[in-house]
Ligand binder design. Structure first.
Ligand code: CUA
Length: 173
């Protein structure tokens, strides 16, 4: 069979290197795909739009409705607004080993949320509701940090997550 790379390159040594780099690229792509599939890794895929300029008029993201809510099945929903420069409410308390779904909307520009040492991280794109479901196995105080540059106060954009013992129940203030 004739080497298909012959059409673009005459030198056999150069073609060998081209094949080598092509094979490496496909192997790396294949490995990424394999691990994503094997470990069930997928990006947050919730696509839900919202008018960021009217968050205060929406029911879910109105100021009085933010914070922790207990669902009928015992799981929690944490509703947050990300705005320059903070996540509101600024302190959220949830019990450990309980399923927590974060629903976050930006009131202005692009933000990101990251809670170091946990697997909770997502972008908060204006116009969309970001949704992440996770469980916090360890108790303690954690920081919700903004990890997308959003302006001069970006460094200071953070809020507090407190994970309590499971029996304590959840609340926010
Ligand atoms: Cu919000 Cu950086």
């Amino acid at each position: 069979m004739q080497d298909p790379l012959r059409a673009i390159c005459d030198d056999p040594l150069e073609r060998k290197w081209m094949w080598l780099s092509l094979i490496m690229a496909f192997m790396m792509g294949g490995l990424l795909g394999f691990y994503a599939f094997a470990n069930n890794i997928h990006p947050p895929s919730n696509v839900e739009t919202i008018d960021s300029t009217r968050l205060h008029l929406s029911e879910e993201f109105a100021e009085d409705n933010l914070g922790v809510r207990t669902n009928d099945d015992g799981s929690l929903t944490v509703t947050l607004v990300a705005a320059r420069y903070g996540f509101y409410p600024q302190r959220v308390e949830v019990p450990a080993d309980t399923q927590v779904t974060f629903r976050i909307a930006s009131a202005d520009v692009l933000h990101g949320v990251h809670i170091p040492t946990t697997n909770m991280t997502t972008m908060v794109v204006p116009g969309y509701i970001s949704e992440v479901t996770t469980t916090f196995p360890r108790t303690g105080k954690f920081s919700l940090l903004c990890n997308e540059y959003c302006g001069l106060g970006h460094d200071a954009m953070w809020s507090r997550l407190v994970v309590t013992e499971k029996s304590a129940g959840g609340e926010s203030s």
